[in-house]
Design a protein. Structure first.
Length: 159
């Protein structure tokens, strides 16, 4: 499913929102894992990771609310978390934790930016209010941008 063309149906919109949910689930699981199991993290980095977990969970819930309005199913978080944990290396060093978090924040920002553009290019009426949809996605995108900036600042103060 491409984000280079306008969103053409509720079904396509639901699938794209579910991709966002999975993306948030992965970010949430990875940040939680780093916060719990990475030795040598200072309190500022651990707090940033814990905040990222809460933010991703909030984003996931907002996206799930949009999908619910479209009456579509989502993938349970527990299934994604198990898959991520089974394949995720836990012996990351300090710089690897920050770099991983930065990549997660930037990937999420880009996804939401592209999704908003694809929705704005669409001329169909969705089963969810367009303004509410775009406002929700724009808020999430802005929070991802702020997260990337926070990680970048942490990296700069330690580099």
């Amino acid at each position: 499913m491409s984000l280079t063309v306008p969103v053409g149906s509720d079904h396509q919109l639901a699938r794209l929102l579910q991709i966002g949910i999975v993306l948030e689930e992965v970010v949430e699981a990875r940040a939680a894992r780093h916060a719990r199991e990475t030795d040598g993290l200072d309190e500022e980095v651990r707090t940033m990771l814990e905040d990222a977990v809460e933010e991703s969970a909030d984003h996931r819930h907002r996206l799930e609310g949009l999908v619910d309005e479209l009456d579509a199913e989502t993938v349970p978080f527990e299934e994604i978390e198990t898959l991520v944990e089974a394949q995720y290396e836990t012996d990351e060093d300090f710089d690897g934790v920050l770099y991983d978090q930065l990549c997660n924040e930037e990937t999420a920002y880009k996804f939401y930016d592209d999704l908003i553009e694809a929705i704005e290019a669409s001329d169909i009426d969705f089963g969810v209010d367009r303004e509410h949809l775009l406002d929700t996605l724009a808020t999430i995108r802005e929070e991802e941008a702020e997260g990337a900036e926070e990680v970048t600042q942490l990296m700069e103060t330690r580099g």
